[in-house]
Design a protein around this ligand. Structure first.
Ligand SMILES: [Cu+2]
Ligand SMILES: [Zn+2]
Length: 181
């Protein structure tokens, strides 16, 4: 009698585990990330490095960058389509992230590449900062920047030349990943 009861209890626990676990897994996957980060590594011959934090906010994503090693002036700053910084010159990151197939433009234009963040301004001090709340970026869905790459360029993005803003070579590359802060 005791054995039958034990088998019955084990069977119930077993079936509960099987029905609950997949449901819990789906719940965890459907929670969109609130924070992402990219660590910029210098490309071959460059000494530019930095960190970019991305935080989901009510009207988009807040971008907060600190970059070191830049020559004074404006430097094109974009999210590129592929999260691949393996090439020494950073070209493995592909072109600007552009899920809407729009022309290249400045960050304040309605029609632009999702990845068009304009320029990072280096004032000649050790560290350059960039901060912007951007309504085109997202950490989930079709405009998700997670798993893509941030590129800092040698030259200025003129915000009009197609398809890259003529911003020149790639000085640093970092893949965007999910984090908790
Ligand atoms: Cu770029
Ligand atoms: Zn662009």
């Amino acid at each position: 009698m005791k054995t039958i009861l034990t088998i019955l209890v084990m069977t119930i626990i077993g079936s509960l585990t099987f029905t609950l676990l997949p449901g819990m897994a789906v719940g965890a996957e459907s929670t969109p990330p609130h924070h992402a980060v990219a660590v910029l590594h210098p490309t071959a011959g460059s000494n530019v490095s930095g960190t970019i934090h991305f935080t989901a906010v009510a009207d988009g994503v807040k971008v907060s960058a600190t970059v070191e090693g830049l020559k004074p002036g404006k430097h094109g700053f974009h999210i590129h389509e592929l999260g691949d910084c393996s090439a020494p010159d950073g070209t493995s990151a592909g072109g600007h992230f552009n899920p809407e197939k729009n022309p290249h433009a400045g960050p304040d234009q309605a029609k632009r590449h999702v990845g068009d963040l304009g320029n990072l301004f280096a004032d000649g001090s050790d560290r350059s900062h960039y901060e912007r709340v951007d309504s085109h970026l997202s950490l989930n869905g079709a405009h998700s920047i997670v798993g893509r790459a941030v590129i800092v360029h040698a030259g200025e993005d003129d915000l009009t030349s197609q398809p890259t803003g003529a911003a020149g070579g790639r000085l640093a590359c970092g893949v965007i990943g999910v984090t908790v802060r």
